[in-house]
Write a protein that binds this ligand. Sequence first.
Ligand code: ADE
Length: 244
Amino acid sequence: MQTVIITLFPDYFRGPFDCGPTRVARTDGQLDLSFVNPRDFTQDVHRTVDDYPFGGGAGMVLKPEPLAAAIESVRRPESMVVLLSPQGDRFCQPMAEEFSRTDHLVLICGRYKGVDERVRMTVDREVSVGDYVLAGGEAAAVVIVEAVARLMPGAVGHEESVATDSFSIGILDAPYYTRPREFRGREVPEVLVSGDHASVGRWRREQALKTTAQRRPELLRSEVLTESEREFLCRELEKEIING
Ligand code: ADE
């Protein structure tokens, strides 16, 4: 997969893409990352990329000409062109999976107040990484590239681990324990050392459902529960109401 990041600050990306799954995906040749700077597409001596908003108001807007030229320099018929902005659709695991299936991903990092509307209209998607305002889209691009890169075969040590991550199956993940069996007076749940894989699987699913019900109940709406899982959650809810 080729990913092009359109950014005024290519230096921002020194580091985050040289570690972990992103580095593995890059060295394996599965992820080809490159950067394009709209400043290289300016025509004036000052290399101006922003301007005041028509109608007034605080903050600057990215000028359309250099940004449009930067996009056009890399856009292909098969490209998925994504503008990163707080106004976008919320980034989520299904979106990471969708992006991982594209051959050519173009991520545009906004800055200042945003990009000129006439450029915004030309993108395929507008994506936000959360309901907060970053200084620009660069940190959002890191989030997206990392979420996409770790889905590439071999980027994460154990592929099964990716398949059971939080959100991959629509709900949060179960808690995990490693050695020692007792740590500061707290024991590892007995079922995890029982060697009974079916019971471990059932316990993990129940714990995942319980955590999801407590922290992100809205995720359970599209989850298909068995009768015994429904009963388990009702019992857990009852306990919580009684114990506060
Ligand atoms: N740029 C500024 N804030 C952002 C956000 N929350 N998501 C994506 N891009 C942004």
